[in-house]
Design a protein around this ligand. Structure first.
Ligand code: J2J
Length: 537
């Protein structure tokens, strides 16, 4: 155990090494290796540039040298809030050249999340675009830097404005030899957890475990040098980064095409132009893509695999996808914390259409338990617990939370599943205090904390309600503090002013005179769920 994260017990680690899951290759060496193997092949494509493996490595080296000149050193954490552009990958590998640690954040995060993540990670630098999706990240970065003394540098891809550094200046640094002492068991990346607590948590992933995650996924997906992957969801998302995503494709010698936005007509043009073979979307995008695929003029014949994950895909939509796209559907049930389940490309249509897949590694251990932690019979619903060679053993700097989030080294996923005799899992619900709104995870306690600081709110509780488009919508139950009850608009405006990402919105507000509570005085969310179910029919 280090101060910051919980390492695997040595007995498990030795087993994972002996079995060849962990290969002792830090990401800096991974890049050298794939550059040696695939040097002149195309590694990355975006709307602006195409980079070969060699060019990617050279750029990463230059940026690493530029960062080193700024004083960024091995072990330092760096916040990365970049959209899907080649600079994301160049920066990511530059940080690994240095032995520094990227902290993944989402493009939608605003000052509440970013200040918290900067403080939690004690980041020394923050890398942003100038303007993306009509939002000026330089203003956000000014605010974050003013609140977090550890943040010494803000680096901007694009126009740095006054006072910040230009990523392009780092790129023009003369490359020099680099050596870092990264060990394969060291922290390699901090991912963002979906969250069930008051403040977002960070998931520590090591070189050994994260590379295995990507390689195992790449094997399941049959990737090779001819694979062309279209990154549609944000690359910072674990799904897009390593399931198999950017890292799995680069490991196989394939090409990653980065889409600036998920609009189907734009993405379909990319699929046609780049002869994309595999891509990944979430259930929210699925009907929109399906409509366009049916109507499309674009040639999607190169597409072999369409991965869908992040939220439950309905069996009905799964059937339509298979018919509409004419390629193999792969359901993906994953989590930043580790465990990755995928349907196999040769699973029967029934299995692909109705399950969320099975673990990618034979070393993944899965338990399905009841509320007392006792295993349930096969086929019955229970909470999914898991441990394995790429599932965390503790959140980053979160000793107190870790005491309840794990049991016997197993991570308590908070997902309710049924396990079939084949090992495939069906996700049927959730016991954790989270809303999965269109694949974006909202921690209920985080939003409740903000709502309860509103002067017109005495008590607040956030719950999911089924929604035909979003999958789940967020419903806030509010007990007002006085006669003047706040409206939904008041509260949404307030949450925005608090600096929360826009997806943590309230789709509906219901007023109550009193909050139902449990015998120990906690909000009774079961009762609120019953209320919701009753009212919804
Ligand atoms: C139901 N719920 C799902 C699915 C995730 C691949 C794919 C997704 C994520 C991800 C990821 C689901 N059906 N198919 O990291 O590598 C819900 C579960 C899970 C939580 C994790 C990947 N796929 N979920 O979504 O860390 O509740 O990762 O525990 O954002 O999403 O969320 P997140």
């Amino acid at each position: 155990m280090t101060a910051d994260f919980v390492a695997w017990p040595e007995a498990d680690a030795a087993r994972y090494r002996a079995a060849g899951y962990w290969r002792g290759e830090p990401f800096a060496r991974f890049l050298q290796r794939v550059t040696g193997e695939f040097g002149e092949r195309t590694a990355l494509v975006d709307d602006r540039v195409r980079l070969t493996y060699r060019e990617l490595a050279e750029r990463a080296r230059r940026v690493a040298c530029g960062l080193r000149a700024l004083g960024v050193a091995a072990g330092d954490r760096v916040l990365v809030q970049l959209p899907n552009r080649t600079e994301f990958a160049v920066l990511w590998f530059a940080l690994h050249e240095l032995g520094a640690v990227p902290v993944h954040t989402q493009p939608g995060h605003r000052h509440a999340e970013m200040i918290h993540l900067a403080r939690l990670s004690q980041a020394v630098a923050y890398v942003i675009p100038d303007v993306h999706a009509r939002f000026d990240y330089r203003e956000l970065a000014s605010l974050v830097r003013a609140h977090v003394p550890s943040l010494r540098h803000v680096i901007v891809v694009g126009d740095p404005g006054g006072g910040f550094l230009a990523f392009d200046d780092l790129l023009s640094t003369a490359p020099a030899p680099m050596a870092n002492g990264s060990r394969p068991g060291d922290l390699a990346v901090l991912l963002l957890s979906g969250g069930t607590t008051g403040q977002p948590k960070l998931v520590p992933r090591t070189h050994d475990d994260y590379l295995y995650n990507a390689r195992a996924a790449a094997e399941v997906c049959g990737l090779d040098e001819d694979s062309v992957y279209l990154a549609v969801l944000p690359v910072a998302f674990n799904f897009t980064m390593s399931c198999p995503g950017v890292l799995g494709v680069l490991g196989a010698g394939g090409t990653v095409v980065l889409a600036d936005n998920p609009d189907p007509s734009y993405c379909f043009d990319l699929i046609e132009r780049e002869r994309v073979t595999i891509t990944a979307i979430n259930p929210l995008l699925t009907p929109v893509w399906l409509d366009e695929a049916i109507a499309a003029a674009a040639d999607l014949s190169s597409l072999e695999v369409l991965q869908i994950g992040g939220a439950r895909l309905s069996d009905d939509l799964a059937r339509q996808v298979v018919e509409g796209f004419g390629c193999t559907l792969q359901q993906v049930f994953g989590m930043a914390e580790g465990l990755l389940c995928m349907t196999r490309l040769d699973d029967s249509p029934e299995v692909i259409g109705t399950t969320q897949g099975k673990p990618v590694s034979e070393a993944d251990e899965v338990r399905v338990v009841d509320e007392c932690g006792v295993g349930v019979p096969e086929g019955c619903v229970g909470e999914l617990l898991t441990k394995g060679p790429y599932t965390l053993r503790g959140y980053y700097r979160a000793t107190e939370h870790n005491a309840t989030a794990f049991v016997d080294g197993f991570y308590r996923t908070g997902d309710l599943v049924r396990r079939l005799p084949s090992g495939h899992l069906v996700v049927v619900g959730r016991s954790k205090d989270q809303i999965n709104r269109a694949g974006e995870k909202i921690s209920a306690p985080e939003v409740e904390g903000h709502l309860q600081a509103h002067p017109a709110v005495r008590l607040a509780a956030l719950l999911p309600a089924p929604d035909p488009v979003l999958g789940e919508r967020s419903v806030a139950f509010i007990v007002p503090s006085g006669a003047c009850a706040p409206t939904r608009e008041d509260l949404v405006t307030y949450l925005t002013a608090c600096g929360l990402a826009a997806y943590k919105t309230l789709d509906e507000v219901r007023l109550l005179n009193e909050m139902p509570s449990t015998p120990v005085g906690k909000t009774d969310k079961r009762e609120l769920s019953r209320l919701l179910a009753g009212a919804d029919g």
